[in-house]
Design a protein around this ligand. Structure first.
Ligand code: NZQ
Ligand code: ZN
Length: 388
């Protein structure tokens, strides 16, 4: 097993109940004008908006606002922000919200000074960023994507029916992110569960690639077990600070590139979800959940030893002389049972998909081919039909 990598992550994390107190010092390093960007209603209802505006004002900042960033942020919204940045010579984009708001902020950061169509250049052709990048920072309010400590930016081009993900270099990562688990107490149960499944999917899609049991796999197993245990606690008691803290930090670690080191990484479930999302606008984690069971049942026999280990380690299913096949299947069954217990969606029809959409979703899905089995677009259609 080859274990060669370079690792660099420049995001400074301030974690805990008092972490917002760090904002004022952080702000002193950036020019006067800040683009404050956020979603629809959550941060105004919770009072976080007022607190952030007060700190920005105390720090002498001029505030420009981009509100109403929607889940699955659109190209139009991103370009609205890009125009504001250029017009007001914004020196810092401060995203307050979940993955959608942070992803949109990163998109604005690379698009504001791009003279071409940024979507085509960066999200379709994956070109390196050749224009000025505006610094981004975040205050996280919804857990799951890991966007607070990575270069990911997923933008939906509605006319093109393309939900496209791009992972930018560290210059685009948030310069700092403030993580206070208390801010997540108000996230509705549906969104909380969706976010935790997103974390689990990030972990599984890195785990189910390569065979070696190395430090990366042990890390993933720990984070998966912690996500499973703490979701159960948070479902019973949404304001359990310890459970919410563990879920928050698990999500960050699950996609800050640490848990991908030395792995080829599958990511096919994400590729299918992105196109499902382009057609249905579903909650990201719920889309992943619906696709995961038929996907893993479709490919497990090509990575049987890892699926046996998944059953043994994550779900405590003993081998007991049973066939590898039986143990691997029992592991996926245990995942399904956990999903049912947590009211996680397993049907894409429930997420707004119609039968007519399925061939279009299937044929527009990017095939990665880094997991145990390279599937075809026809197999994507079979998987979609199974979870319809
Ligand atoms: O709009 P508001 O009012 O803010 O409400 C949001 C939104 O409706 C609400 N919410 C957020 N914080 C809340 C809250 N409600 C009450 N209390 C709070 N404290 O939650 C809803 C969903 O928010 P959203 O940001 O869309 O969720 P999530 O964090 O799951 O982000 C999903 C987006 O991230 C992309 C997804 O594809 C999707 O577009 N991803 C980004 C990744 C990355 N950057 O690395 C990787 C992921 O795999 C993912 O693809
Ligand atoms: Zn995800």
């Amino acid at each position: 097993m080859q274990f060669d990598f370079s690792y660099y992550n420049p995001t400074r994390i301030h974690f805990g109940k008092d972490s917002l107190a760090k904002l004022k010092d952080e702000l002193s390093q950036y020019p006067e004008t800040v683009l404050l960007t956020y979603g629809k209603t959550a941060i105004k209802k919770s009072g976080l908006y007022d607190k952030v505006v007060a700190i920005l004002s105390e720090a002498g900042k001029t505030i420009v606002e981009l509100s109403g960033v929607m889940p699955n942020p659109t190209y139009e919204k991103m370009m609205e922000g890009a125009r504001l940045v250029k017009e007001h010579q914004v020196g810092l984009i401060l995203a307050v919200g979940g993955g959608s708001v942070i992803d949109c902020a990163k998109g604005i950061s690379v698009s504001a000074y791009c003279d071409e169509d940024p979507f085509e250049k960066y999200w379709v052709n994956y070109e390196p960023v050749s224009n000025k990048i505006v610094p981004v920072a975040s205050i996280l309010t919804m857990v799951g994507t890991g966007s607070e400590m990575n270069g990911g930016s997923v933008i939906t081009h509605e006319q093109q029916k393309n939900k496209a993900g791009r992972v930018f270099d560290p210059e685009v990562y948030p310069k700092f992110s403030i993580l206070n688990p208390e801010y997540t107490f108000t996230v509705p149960q549906y969104q909380m569960v969706s976010g935790v499944f997103d974390t689990m999917s990030h972990l599984m899609e890195q785990y189910f690639s390569d065979f070696g049991v190395n430090t990366t796999d042990y890390l993933i197993e720990g984070l998966l077990k912690s996500s499973i245990d703490n979701l159960k606690v948070a479902l019973d008691k949404p304001d359990d600070y310890e459970a919410r803290s563990n879920l928050m930090w698990n999500a960050t670690l699950a996609l800050n590139t640490m848990t991908g080191l030395s792995k080829t990484q599958d990511w096919q479930v994400h590729m299918i979800e992105h196109q499902l999302g382009a057609y249905t606008d579903c909650a990201h984690g719920m889309g992943l959940a619906a696709i995961s069971l038929p996907y893993y049942r479709h490919i497990y026999s090509h990575g049987i030893d890892k699926f046996v280990r998944f059953a043994n380690v994550i779900w405590n299913i003993p081998s007991d002389g049973q066939s590898k096949e039986a143990i691997a299947q029992a592991g996926i069954d245990a995942l399904e049972k956990f999903m049912q217990d947590c009211s996680i969606v397993t049907s894409i029809q429930e997420l707004g998909a119609t039968r007519e959409m399925l061939p279009k979703i299937a044929e527009s899905t990017i095939i990665i081919g880094n997991g145990y089995k390279k599937i075809s677009n026809d197999e994507v259609l079979e998987i979609l039909e199974e979870c319809f």
